[in-house]
Design a protein around this ligand. Structure first.
Ligand code: AR6
Length: 171
């Protein structure tokens, strides 16, 4: 297994990493869940910069500064809304991880933390999502030497169990 990937439990807004990833919606104007927590912790500067971006399609990612966060950057990505699994949800979730990592690489980010994208309000089953996250991140890191650490941040014990199992399987 890739020792550059680590599962951690807790609030992503508190982490001292170069970048945290936001599970946003396509308007990029804030919302509930982890998006709301990130905007609250970062302060109004984040929303102002987000307004200038003009949104983000599902599966893509955009980068902003971190404002009052310890993280220097926020990478905003939009995961798919779960609609039963036959609407390209798996591929769109994989793309959200991939495009976030590409932005990290382009911006010379060495440490990055992801929340469990789409598994809250968007209803993506966490077990399935964690397998996709683990596979995409391990695959990306195989071809990338510049990212030193990827944290998978869990906000529930269930998510933590799923992630640990998914990482075992991607070894
Ligand atoms: N730190 C880490 N993880 C968190 C935190 C936190 N502070 N808060 C929640 N989570 P969600 P989605 C976990 O709903 O499913 C928003 O309104 C949470 O337990 O935040 O991609 C956006 O604006 C779950 O496992 O994002 C969109 O409209 C995971 O983060 C929509 O929700 C993702 O849950 C996006 O839905």
């Amino acid at each position: 297994m890739n020792e550059r990937i680590e599962v951690v439990f807790g609030d992503i807004t508190k982490l001292e990493v170069d970048a945290i990833v936001n599970a946003a919606n396509s308007k990029l104007l804030g919302g509930g869940g982890v998006d709301g927590a990130i905007h609250r912790a970062a302060g109004p500067g984040l929303l102002e910069e987000c307004r200038s971006l003009g949104g983000c399609p599902t599966g893509e990612a955009r980068i902003t500064k971190g404002y009052r966060l310890a993280a220097k950057w926020v990478i905003h990505t939009v995961g798919p809304i779960w609609r039963g699994g036959a609407y390209c949800e798996d591929e769109l979730l994989a793309k959200a991880y991939r495009n976030s990592l590409k932005l990290a690489e382009e911006n010379r980010i060495k440490t990055i933390a992801f929340p469990a994208i789409s598994t809250g309000a968007y209803g993506f089953p966490v077990e399935r999502a964690s397998l996709i996250a683990a596979a995409e991140i391990s695959g990306f890191l195989e071809d990338n030497g510049s990212i030193e650490k990827v944290l998978l941040v869990c906000f529930s014990e269930r998510a933590e169990r799923c992630y640990l199992r998914a990482l075992e399987e991607s070894r």
